[in-house]
Design a protein around this ligand. Structure first.
Ligand SMILES: [Fe+2]
Length: 203
């Protein structure tokens, strides 16, 4: 008898979107940190670069795509993916530490999307600036029907500060650390740097 799990893994492999091996690595939990927005911005859509029809935020535009998956590789549709991050100057909208860098009134700083039928999500945003004590990173929180929510952080491959970052170092398993470290390359469609971040949740 073919198990449901094997069927699910077979489906994942047949799409060519991700290897079943990659999908099986549970995304490590990372601290939510102090900068989750205390009040959500007036707009919280998938495009963090613009608020309404306003001018674009300052900085380098990037795209993040990915899927929310269960440990068995099945896509989780109808889940949520939240992203919050520093602006190009390394400053969070929710932080009062003005010395880190200026606010950017055009940067949304936070977005939340629902995963589609194939568990996919997509954000347009600005490459975050670094701030003292941390390597460059993005904050994510995800959840889905029947899944406990998970907060994690995503890192940028090739950043010199990655290996000494005290929060990234808490992920002991090298495979798990790699799973939250994403390489960016120009997107075929838009030409902007694009990274793919698969998020795997489960017991
Ligand atoms: Fe942070």
């Amino acid at each position: 008898m073919i198990s449901r799990r094997k069927v699910a893994l077979g489906l994942v492999a047949s799409t060519g979107l991700a290897s079943p091996v990659g999908a099986a690595v549970r995304t490590p939990k990372q601290t939510k940190g102090p900068f989750y927005p205390k009040t959500l911005p007036s707009e919280s859509d998938a495009d963090l670069v613009r608020i309404g029809n306003g001018p674009p935020a300052t900085g380098e535009e990037i795209e993040i795509t990915g899927r929310l998956l269960g440990l068995d590789g099945r896509p989780i549709s109808g889940g949520f993916v939240e992203l919050w991050q520093a602006n190009t100057y390394g400053r969070y909208s929710s932080s009062s530490a003005a010395s880190i860098g200026p606010l950017d009134p055009n940067f949304q700083g936070y977005g939340v999307v629902e995963t589609d039928d194939e568990g996919r999500y997509r954000f347009l945003t600005i490459k975050p600036g670094e701030y003292p004590g941390r390597t460059r990173h993005l904050h994510f929180k995800v959840g889905g029907p029947g899944f406990e929510s998970l907060a994690t952080q995503m890192y940028f491959a090739g950043e010199p500060g990655n290996e000494r970052d005290f929060i990234r170092k808490r992920i002991r398993d090298p495979e798990a650390r790699d799973s939250v470290t994403v390489a960016f390359a120009p997107s075929d469609e838009s030409g902007i740097p694009s990274g793919h971040f698969e998020i795997v949740v489960g017991q």
